[in-house]
Design a protein around this ligand. Structure first.
Ligand code: IDP
Ligand code: MG
Length: 188
């Protein structure tokens, strides 16, 4: 029995993006997410390589803003090559709760009480400096947690470790080649 079998629990990845890190907002972001009462089950600094960025934003690869999005999450526009802070949270309705705090994707449209609405901006080049990433849904959350964390970095056993051990192949740009199960359906 794993957490994901237990009904209402959802798991999500939250990332303080490079713009949030250079503005010194990591602690504030964590404080806001802690206030949801969701359970934090992992946290780590990460260097976002192109490989990781491509795997993370795989579903947006056809978008016109894709290349700049990849460079943004890698820290290229924030003189921040090394540092984002990633968290995993679990709990009831985690997606809804966390996305309510993050706010709308476009910081100019986000409610002023949200993290993105109060602290984000759109650059003159149209890049959304929106401070945080929050998984869009539970399935994406599970995929992303496996992508960003090793199983032993989680304080709960969220997934079968046999699947989690396949992390290396998820990093392949261009989708599944050597994996045994289809992608991303294997995370459902
Ligand atoms: P989300 O982060 O609110 O879930 P997604 O649609 O998953 O939004 O997009 C992922 C990220 O891509 C956004 O957080 C933002 O950084 C960027 N993005 C999304 N839509 C646009 C856009 O129209 N212009 C520029 N960047 C965008
Ligand atoms: Mg999303």
């Amino acid at each position: 029995m794993f957490w994901y079998d237990m009904g209402m629990e959802e798991s999500i990845l939250v990332i303080v993006k490079p713009d949030g890190m250079v503005k010194g907002l990591a602690g504030y972001v964590l404080t806001r997410f802690e206030a949801t009462g969701l359970r934090m089950v992992a946290a780590r600094m990460a260097k976002v390589t192109r490989e990781l960025a491509v795997a993370h934003y795989y579903h947006l690869r056809e978008k016109p803003f894709y290349e700049e999005l990849i460079r943004f999450i890698m820290g290229e526009f924030d003189n921040n090559q090394d540092n984002v802070l990633a968290f995993a949270f679990i709990g009831e309705n985690a997606v809804k709760k966390a996305r309510a705090i993050a706010g709308a994707t476009n910081p100019e449209e986000a409610d002023y009480r949200t993290i993105r609405g109060s602290l984000g901006r759109v650059t003159t080049k149209g890049i959304f400096e929106n401070v945080v990433h929050v998984s869009s849904d539970h399935i994406e959350g599970k995929r992303e947690i496996k992508l960003w964390f090793w199983p032993e970095e989680l304080t709960v056993e969220l997934f079968p470790t046999k699947l989690a051990g396949n992390r290396k192949v998820w990093l392949e740009p261009g989708g599944p080649k050597t994996r045994t199960a289809p992608w991303p359906e294997e995370y459902k």
